[in-house]
Design a protein around this ligand. Structure first.
Ligand code: TTP
Ligand code: MN
Ligand code: MN
Ligand code: MN
Length: 371
């Protein structure tokens, strides 16, 4: 029955890629707390515990029932001593004092605030903190921090891009980019990826993959989309990174999260008239437009399945796919390819299903990858 632990509990896999995780989270009180702890460790560059809390959150998100006592988690992996102590606190008092201490910590609060700006990562945030800065007015004031172009845009559009993007807004952007892509290359392929592909109602950005059936023609896609958007006056910020992908260098690249495909990190202007049901704006905001973060990636068609799988997320799902490939199959998976280290060969794939099959995994639908 829903809401309680099944009596005969099935063993839950330690790998997110062997679990089905929808957007419905029955254990939010725990996973929210774990996310704060993980982030706090991340800010202090303590990798082990950070990953441990992310894994614990991920496994609890996959449960179809709410944890009501620790004994019920007997068959749930990835829950260590520290994790269980936090859960115990939450079960007993409804909150975790360790988490509350972090939430009121000045350094945590400041780094959280600074990293909420597009273009500001933990390193920059920490540098600003160590320089005595505590608020946006400190950063923007005349004590003079030099901001790069990305950070300038981050502050300029802060209100808009820190507000969630709705599904309707994502659909509107899809139509706009679809029009741009097809005006340039009639046979281009455009796919929504990232959180919206996983069925999320809201996202922090909208992610797309674009490519062309003809190999090599994808090289012109992003520059042309950028020119088209500039012409339409809907481009508020553009960071274009040309491809550094070279198949002959695989698998000697460090197999990692960042890939070598051409990509764009954009801020686009979205008109309210283009969004069914209107824009997702703050109460009392009656502007006819908003800024939205958009990511575009343009892999060559023969890499499409790997890029789609890699950009569909979630990050934890991707991490575990790679970990599973490495530890359970002696294979290397990344956004470009799947390499079998035993056979010393690349395994071809035209669909995500091919990749799951090569890995000997049951297919997990995008909406079941919210690990
Ligand atoms: P995000 O857009 O950061 O995350 P998301 O779409 O899952 O959630 P949100 O609503 O917050 O936007 O990243 C999407 C996926 O893209 C993520 O699994 C990691 C992947 N990715 C890469 O593989 N390479 C990259 O360079 C970037 C920026 C993302
Ligand atoms: Mn996204
Ligand atoms: Mn994100
Ligand atoms: Mn993104």
């Amino acid at each position: 029955p829903e809401g309680s632990a099944p009596t005969a509990q099935a063993v839950v896999s330690q790998y997110a890629c062997q679990r089905r995780t929808t957007t419905e989270n029955n254990n939010k009180i725990f996973t929210d707390a774990f996310e704060v702890l993980a982030e706090s460790y991340e800010f202090n560059e303590i990798e082990g515990p950070c990953l441990a809390f992310r894994r614990a959150a991920s496994v609890l998100k996959s449960l179809s029932w709410a944890v009501q006592c620790l004994e019920a988690t007997r068959n749930v992996p990835c829950l260590g001593e520290h994790t269980k102590a936090v859960m115990e606190e939450i079960l007993r008092y409804g909150r975790s004092f360790e988490v509350e201490k972090i939430l009121s910590d000045e350094r945590y609060r400041t780094l959280k605030l600074f990293t909420s700006v597009f273009g500001v990562g933990p390193k920059t945030a920490d540098k600003w903190y160590r320089g005595g800065l505590r608020s946006f007015s400190d950063v923007l004031g005349d004590r003079g921090i030099r901001l790069n172009r990305m950070q300038q845009s981050g502050f300029l559009h802060y209100g808009d891009i820190s507000r969630a993007v709705s599904k309707a807004e994502a659909r509107a952007l899809r139509n706009i980019i679809d029009e741009a892509v097809h005006a340039i290359t009639p046979d281009a392929v455009l796919a929504l990826t990232g959180g919206f592909r996983r069925g999320k109602e809201f996202g922090h950005d909208v992610d797309f993959i674009v490519t062309t059936p003809e190999l090599g023609k994808e090289k012109n896609l992003l520059p042309n989309i950028v020119l088209f958007s500039l012409h339409q006056r809907i481009l508020l910020y553009c960071d274009y990174q040309a491809s550094t992908f070279d198949m002959s260098k695989l698998p000697s690249y460090r197999f990692e999260a960042m890939d070598h495909f051409a990509k764009c990190f954009l801020i686009m202007r979205l008109e309210g008239s283009q969004v069914e049901g209107g824009l997702h704006l703050a109460e009392g905001d009656s502007r006819g437009w908003r800024a939205v973060r958009v990511d575009l990636v343009a892999p060559p068609m023969d890499r499409y399945a790997f890029a789609l799988l890699g950009w569909s997320g979630s990050r934890q799902f991707e991490r575990d796919l790679r970990r599973f490939a490495r530890l359970e199959r002696n294979m290397l998976l990344d956004n470009h390819a799947l390499y079998d280290k035993t056979k010393k060969e690349f395994l071809a794939a035209t669909t995500e299903r091919d990749i799951f099959a090569h890995l000997g995994l049951e297919y997990i639908e995008p909406w079941q990858r919210n690990a």
